[in-house]
Design a protein around this ligand. Structure first.
Ligand code: ZN
Length: 360
């Protein structure tokens, strides 16, 4: 491992903007970087990069590392380095989510070569539009990968965290239909869609429901003028749970609250409820977890299993039948201007990947 080289690589990567849907430039950079390192790279029709480094030992099993190419929206980033920490200056977002991972991948591949380490096939999957709905992962044909184990490098915190469960989620769109009337001269002839919406929200269990279940209404809008009884109002929200039965129950309560609220004022409600993503739970005895645990202890780290409150590409791959474990990447406070990453942790991540490769 080479600290200066890793810092240089990270800075080069964060200097290439790659907001979701506009990842092409960064994808081109990563494509040429992986090719330089001897990998065969292909791009699928959604823009995902899938690369393979042929193994030098047939006996070892292939292993796949996944990271995403995109970042949340941000201005071009200025950064500063203080000791072990790299952070953004001003209001831009650093993008260590997920470029700490893509940087560590490059460093691992470089040192595999330099140190002449014997390894099986190493597959790298770099997905597009993770941040806006796991788009690339959903599109990726997992049959392309020889690996049975997918390590998804996309979680905040010091190296050694592994996400063994993540929630199921539903998203909702409620459209309340009332009847317009003049608010001053004949309000009794109207039916307020806004009132129906308000009653619905007031009667919905929201926020933290229990340790593994949450719900939120995040967007509301409706009405045209203060002197018109609103004939239309809509809201969007979501519910998540790591327990699919609890999600079902929470969903029913939200739908019921909306329907009863509409009924109570004589309005109607149209509801779209969609499964946003499927959750998963891995047991601590799964081989993918055991390999990560061994690799971590080789570095003197204790692998700590955590439950996630959000989704990642791993939700999609687990659903598609490939065991998929999310590993932390050493960055903190992603998606905020306070995001930062530790150089030491990025080096640790590279070491961890190398240990995983050797244990596969
Ligand atoms: Zn991420």
């Amino acid at each position: 491992m080479n600290r200066d080289r890793l810092i240089e690589e990270f800075i080069r990567q964060i200097s290439i903007p790659s907001i979701s849907g506009k990842e092409e430039r960064f994808a081109l950079y990563m494509e040429s970087r992986l090719k330089e390192l001897g990998l065969k790279v292909e791009k699928d029709s959604s823009g995902n990069l899938f690369a393979r480094l042929e193994g030098s030992v047939a006996a070892k099993r292939p292993v796949l590392f996944c990271a995403h190419l995109d970042t949340v929206p941000t201005d071009p980033v200025q950064f500063s380095i203080e000791g072990e920490t790299i952070k953004a200056n001003g209001s831009a977002i650093l993008g260590a989510d997920d470029k700490a991972a893509t940087t560590a991948i490059v460093e691992t591949l470089l040192s595999l070569k330099e140190e002449g380490i014997k390894h099986g096939d190493v597959e790298i999957l770099l997905t597009v539009q993770e941040e806006v709905g796991l788009v690339g992962a959903k599109h990726f044909d997992v049959e392309k990968a020889k690996s049975r184990f997918f390590y998804v490098l996309d979680y905040s915190g010091p190296i050694g965290l592994a996400v063994c469960s993540a929630p199921y989620a539903n998203e909702f769109h409620f459209r309340f239909l009332g009847k317009a009337a003049h608010a001053g001269s004949e309000p009794e002839k109207g039916i307020s869609a806004i009132q129906a919406l308000a009653i619905a929200i007031a009667n919905m269990p929201l926020g933290r429901i229990d340790f593994e279940t949450t719900a939120n209404i995040g967007i509301i809008s409706g009405g045209k003028a203060t002197n018109i009884v609103a004939d239309f109002a809509e809201m969007r929200g979501e519910a998540r749970s790591r327990n699919s039965e609890k999600l079902e129950k929470q969903t029913q309560l939200m739908l019921q609250a909306a329907e009863e609220a509409a009924l109570s004022v004589g309005a109607k409600v149209d509801i779209d409820c969609l499964r946003e993503y499927e959750g998963y739970t891995l047991s601590e005895n799964e081989e993918i977890v055991l390999i990560a645990r061994e690799a971590a202890s080789a570095l003197g780290l204790n692998l700590k299993l955590v439950d996630a409150g959000g989704a990642s590409d791993a939700n999609v791959f687990n659903l598609k039948g490939r065991k998929s474990l999310v590993l932390s990447c050493g960055y903190l406070r992603p998606h905020t201007p306070e995001e930062e990453v530790s150089i030491k942790e990025m080096l640790n991540l590279s070491l961890l990947l190398k240990e995983i490769i050797q244990r596969a």
